[in-house]
Design a protein around this ligand. Structure first.
Ligand SMILES: NC(=O)c1ccc[n+]([C@@H]2O[C@H](COP(=O)([O-])OP(=O)(O)OC[C@H]3O[C@@H](n4cnc5c(N)ncnc54)[C@H](O)[C@@H]3O)[C@@H](O)[C@H]2O)c1
Length: 354
């Protein structure tokens, strides 16, 4: 199978490229390269079989010819990025997704795997019972709203030749060649290991379901290859039921991983309206061979090992290399990203051969 993986130069993308290649598929990567320089020197990322370097807003028909499946990860990938240029978030995350899907459908590509998010459940009024895919959507951010709008409008493109499938991922964790420390598990482990203090900026009560990036990649592989009637225009929550934790519970697990550390629940970010427990049984039941393997404890151990192997400091993990919002702001300050959030062509070096 020939698979186009958009957003392959991000945090999750390398695990997706590896999962498809290991299963024998031909992978074409597509990305504009915002985080190109954020790669880890100790762990180079897998190289796709083809590479398209373009903004997803500029995708053209030639990018989707002879493709059997598209896995669409590219976009502004969290709430803070969605607020950086609020007028552009719908263009990048929604309009460009719809354009990509329409082009894919016109070119005869039968399967479109969309990286959605459990954050579209938003402010779940009652966390007593976990949310199934039929629960009402209450997105509380521009980012989450863009995911909900994509699911709605991709669903309208579904027909007997084109099957979109919506994978609603829990919050990711784990070691990647393009590491992020703006994700709750990775962030708390980094605080613990580099300062001895586990800093929880909320009041610790919000529920956060978590999922390892390799389990996300496995879900995308299964969704791309499953029989059509299982996935056609359907959402699947992706995670493990036992990885539904409150942030305070997670802090205690991190403390077990890094003994001698102190938990500080600062509450400085106020109460967080995003809180949801999620029921992950549909994907386990119905996505053929999907078996998510990574517990939170395994993730804490892996991320801690990653940090120790690189002797990361507190300044390091809070730098733009690992925080998506800071990196886009850094690129803007350097003039490498314009007000339209497009990457500018690199300036020609004086005297360099043309
Ligand atoms: N990380 C999570 O916890 C999580 C949870 C749920 C859903 N998701 C979704 O999974 C996807 C991947 O997440 P991630 O953590 O790897 O994010 P990331 O920010 O690390 O990677 C996103 C990638 O998309 C690319 N991209 C962004 N805008 C682009 C544009 N206009 N044109 C072309 N490429 C563009 C970036 O260069 C980057 O390589 C995102 O769609 C995200 O919303 C992630």
């Amino acid at each position: 199978m020939r698979v186009l993986v958009t957003g392959y130069l991000g945090y999750v993308g390398p695990a997706v490229v590896a999962a498809f290649q290991n299963a024998g598929h031909h992978v074409i990567g597509f990305d504009n390269g915002y985080f190109e320089d954020c790669v880890d020197p100790l762990e180079p990322q897998p190289v796709p079989d083809g590479d398209i370097r373009r903004d997803v807003r500029d995708v053209g028909p030639g990018d989707v010819t002879d493709v059997d499946a598209i896995v669409h990860l590219a976009g502004l990938s969290n709430d803070p990025l969605g607020e950086l240029a609020p007028a552009l978030t719908p263009d990048i995350n929604h309009a460009a997704t719809l354009r990509l899907a329409a082009l894919a459908k016109a070119a005869g590509c039968p399967r479109f795997v969309f990286a959605s998010s459990c954050s579209l459940y938003g402010a779940a009024a009652d966390c007593a019972s976990p949310l199934e895919e039929t629960a009402p959507l209450r997105p509380v951010s521009a980012y989450a709203q863009s995911k909900a709008a994509c699911e709605r409008d991709l669903g309208a493109l579904a027909d007997d030749r084109f099957s979109p499938v919506f994978l609603r991922f829990a919050t990711a964790f784990g070691a990647s060649p393009r590491m992020r420390f703006d994700l709750v598990l990775n962030n708390l482990v980094a605080w613990a290991r580099t300062t001895g203090e586990i800093r929880v900026l909320s009041d610790g009560t919000p529920w956060r379901p978590l999922v390892h990036i390799k389990d996300m990649a496995q879900a995308m592989l299964r969704a791309a290859t499953a029989p059509r009637d299982i996935v056609h225009a359907r959402p699947f929550n992706i995670g493990r039921d036992d990885n539904n934790l409150t942030v305070a519970d997670l802090a205690r697990l991190v403390q077990n991983q890094v003994p001698g550390t102190h938990i500080a629940i600062t509450g400085e970010n106020g109460s967080d309206p995003r809180s949801y427990r999620v029921d992950f049984r549909r994907a386990h039941r119905e996505l053929p061979d999907f078996r998510p393997e990574w517990t939170v404890e395994m993730g804490c151990e892996e991320v801690d090992r990653w940090i120790r192997a690189r002797e990361l400091t507190a300044d390091d993990f809070q730098s733009h290399r690992f925080i998506r919002l800071k990196h886009l702001q850094f690129l803007q300050e350097q003039g490498r990203v314009g007000a339209d959030l497009r990457l500018c062509a690199a300036p020609a070096l004086a005297g360099a051969p043309r």
